[in-house]
Design a protein around this ligand. Structure first.
Ligand code: APR
Length: 308
């Protein structure tokens, strides 16, 4: 039997993700949204691309959680965009409400699912979902690190005229201004970038990576990134659905790893059919440890505002 994936939120990130999953042809997909008829319309449109692109993926759009029953993986992208005049904390609380409601419904119908969180602020929303679901940490994973790392790899490859496939890198920490791009471990076809670029140029690229989301928000004028975010979720799904055991940076509820406790922070994680299968602990230098701690403190501040 084919796997079943539900995507909650049929907005820019959610619907782009569903189209990408359909093209993989390895699972059927349910796309849920609260807006009446909209997910049904998008699903029908995507279904009709199947004969042209050659996939048999069954895509169902719905406003009824019953249709999401027995999903193997549920991706939560539903959220409220920041409106003028709204503070960061207002947005935080509004999205806490949405993620709480959604998680309650999702776990009622799919008690064994693996949850992948996408709604921002990512690390805090993952913490909401973990608490509301009561799931073990192996089944609540946040998407941020793959995207942040992809941005870093893009800029390095552009700078060197290299293939993105040859650029390996890790961005750790929370998904925000305090993220920690580990440039020391970045290599191009095995060669450390410190041997390929001057330190100040690497620092500029690190800064552009930190501002990667904001740069796109500014250009779009209305809305935020969705092509690279949806591609990043797809990489996590590939490893889970096909049990590939790939290692990639994900937001994980840490329990002592990296000296951090009871908090979602981006770290390298092995993903497979069971969800999180191993947290990979990389030996960090003192300065990197301090940066990771600072990033964790920023996440902790949001979690405190939410009263979690
Ligand atoms: N239940 C289900 N869906 C909901 C709910 C809810 N309670 N509340 C809102 N939604 C839906 C909206 O109807 C909308 O279709 O969530 C969707 C969000 O889509 P967009 O506004 O297009 O936002 P998008 O760009 O997809 O970003 C979604 O991902 O990257 C993050 O920061 C981003 O938190 C944001 C999320």
């Amino acid at each position: 039997m084919r796997s079943k994936i539900t995507v909650v939120g049929a907005g820019f990130v959610g619907s782009t993700l569903v189209q990408r999953i359909a093209e993989r042809d390895y699972a059927d997909v349910v796309m849920f949204d609260i807006v009446p008829n909209m997910p049904q319309g998008k699903a029908l449109d995507m279904l009709q691309a199947g004969p042209v692109l050659g996939y048999d993926t069954l895509i169902t759009g719905t406003n009824d959680y019953a249709d999401t029953a027995d999903s193997d993986v549920v991706v939560i992208t539903s959220g409220f965009p920041r409106k003028p005049g709204m503070s960061r904390d207002d947005l935080l609380k509004k999205n806490q409400e949405i993620v709480t409601q959604v998680t309650e419904q999702v776990v009622k119908y799919s008690p064994n699912a693996i949850l992948i969180m996408v709604t921002n602020p990512l690390d805090a929303m993952a913490q909401v979902a973990l608490k509301v679901s009561g799931f073990p940490r192996e089944r609540v994973i946040g998407m941020a690190g793959v995207l942040d790392t992809a941005r870093f790899r893009t800029f390095i490859a552009q700078e060197l005229g290299a293939s993105v496939r040859d650029v390996q890198a890790y961005v750790l920490g929370g998904h925000g201004d305090t993220m920690v791009p580990l440039s020391r471990l970045c290599t191009v076809a095995g060669v450390p970038i410190a041997e390929l670029l001057p330190a100040e140029r690497i620092e500029q690229i690190v800064q552009r990576t930190r501002d990667g989301g904001a740069e796109i928000v500014k250009l779009l004028g209305n809305g935020s990134a969705y092509f690279a975010p949806s591609a990043s979720v797809l990489q996590m799904l590939d490893s889970i659905i096909l049990d590939k055991k790939m290692i990639m940076p994900c937001a994980i509820y840490l329990q002592g790893e990296y000296g951090l406790n009871n908090l979602f922070v981006g770290v390298p994680a092995k993903l497979g059919a069971k969800g999180l299968e191993q947290v990979i602990e990389v030996e960090l230098q003192e300065q990197e440890k301090a940066q990771l701690q600072k990033s964790a403190d920023a996440v902790k501040e949001l979690v405190n505002v939410l009263g979690l």
